[in-house]
Design a protein around this ligand. Structure first.
Ligand code: FDA
Length: 391
């Protein structure tokens, strides 16, 4: 049974590619080693699937070529996906900052994609593990169910994160086999772990959440950060992890809305102790630990006993708390993989390999990684659509 197109991976990108190609009357077979389609969509957004973001722009993506994603995003924007969601009567809402979630469950998005694929005549083979592929005129895909043949092949096998639901490196291996370059891979949108010495000092903060600004180099994000028993998590930390490289330090500003210099100047003549002043703006447990770590006995002095210089130093330290993470929690908990198929190898319009005609890529396997907030699924839809139009 020869097909026009074999798509490896029945995830977000593979399914969007399949239904788009099917609508163009291409005969399409989607193969996946999982027992059902769209497993990662199912667990996304805490089961409610943050399926797109109204503010999608190339600036929300990290890639060695920040312009690569522009064309696909321009051809398939949030409204295009929303139109499909509305056509299927799926209720959704905007959570914050343009992030659209299902009101019910992410299963509805998977069902929508399945129906669209069925209507477009797409065939599926599940429990079908891809082990390799060759091109001899056509593509010959080796699987545990035999060799399958097609005129074109799309690799939509995603990233390395969440191996427990089926992520593998087959996409990267196939790309290398066909001579394509891969940029360095790294877990992203992932909690940080602390070095042992910081862990020892900061373990009492475990469980505390604060609203903070976190920065790494020129990037900064505002949002909740959570101290865990291993390090740091929370939305602002996950965001900054996309821009962090091992060995780099991050800077936390736990008081993004209050100018500590002004606050201290206001209380300059007060008898209140410093940590009581700070507790008006931060959780007491956090303040006590932070003061113990950085100020020791200084913190229990009444405000009027400090010199201006001492207060300025404390304010500066507080707004600029530097931590060098020991690492990240890795692919086990990372939402995505940063890096992937080098975009220099692909046409940004069609997602086709420049050197291997008929070989296409879509989704997270490509070196385009989105920030938290619906951007990664949107990249999967947009790149899947682009490939599906030309495959
Ligand atoms: P995806 O990983 O979806 O699909 C790849 C497919 O290839 C899988 O079905 C896999 O089984 C198959 N495969 C792998 N190896 C194979 C082999 N050897 N043979 C056959 N098949 C093979 N993003 C977002 O925008 N909003 C959100 O709310 C979330 N939430 C979220 C939560 C969690 C816990 C995670 C882990 C991730 C997210 N994401 C997210 C990220 C988002 O889910 C992700 O970027 C996309 O699903 C990627 O889609 P792809 O189709 O590229 O890969």
């Amino acid at each position: 049974m020869k097909k026009d197109v074999i798509i490896i991976g029945a995830g977000a990108a593979g399914l969007m590619c399949a239904l788009t190609a099917g609508k163009r009357n291409r005969s399409v077979l989607v193969i996946d080693h999982a027992e059902k389609i769209g497993k990662k969509i199912g667990i996304s957004g805490g089961g409610r699937c943050n399926f797109t973001n109204l503010k999608v722009s190339h600036e929300n993506y990290e890639s060695h070529n920040p312009h690569f994603c522009k064309s696909a995003l321009a051809r398939f924007g949030p409204q295009d996906f929303i139109a499909m969601v509305e056509k299927h009567g799926i209720a959704y809402y905007e959570k914050e900052a343009g992030q659209l979630f299902c009101k019910g469950s992410s299963i509805e998005i998977i069902e929508m994609l399945r129906k669209e694929c069925d209507a477009a005549g797409v065939d599926f083979r599940l429990h079908c593990r891809v082990e390799g592929a060759e091109k001899r005129g056509h593509f010959y895909v080796s699987t545990n169910q035999g060799v399958l043949e097609s005129a074109s092949m799309v690799i939509a096998t995603g990233g390395l994160s969440y191996p427990k639901i089926g992520a593998t490196d087959i996409g990267h291996r196939l790309a290398r086999h066909f001579g394509l370059a891969i940029t360095p891979l790294q877990p992203a949108l992932v909690p940080f772990t602390f070095h042992q010495k910081d862990l020892h000092a900061l373990k009492e903060l475990s469980g505390i959440t604060i609203d903070a600004e976190v920065s790494c180099g020129k990037r900064r994000f505002r949002g909740n950060i959570l101290f865990t028993h291993r390090g740091l998590s929370g939305p602002a930390v996950l965001q900054i992890s996309l821009y962090w490289n091992p060995g780099e330090r991050i800077v936390i500003n736990p008081l993004p809305d209050v100018d500590a210099h002004e606050l201290f100047a206001e209380k300059r003549r007060s008898r209140a102790e410093l940590h009581n002043v700070l507790s008006g703006h931060l959780p007491r447990r956090f303040v006590e630990k932070w003061c113990e770590l950085f100020l020791q006995q200084e913190a229990v002095k009444p405000m009027h006993q400090y010199t201006d210089k001492a207060l300025n130093d404390i304010a500066r330290k507080l707004h600029h708390w530097e931590i060098t993470p020991g690492g990240t929690e890795g692919y086990v908990t990372a939402e995505v993989t940063r890096g992937g198929i080098d975009t220099n190898e692909l046409s940004s319009k069609t997602m086709e390999s420049k050197n291997v005609p008929g070989l296409f890529f879509a989704g997270e396997v490509i070196d385009v990684t989105g920030q938290l907030g619906g951007y990664n699924l949107h990249w999967a839809w947009a790149s899947g659509y682009a490939a599906g139009r030309y495959v």
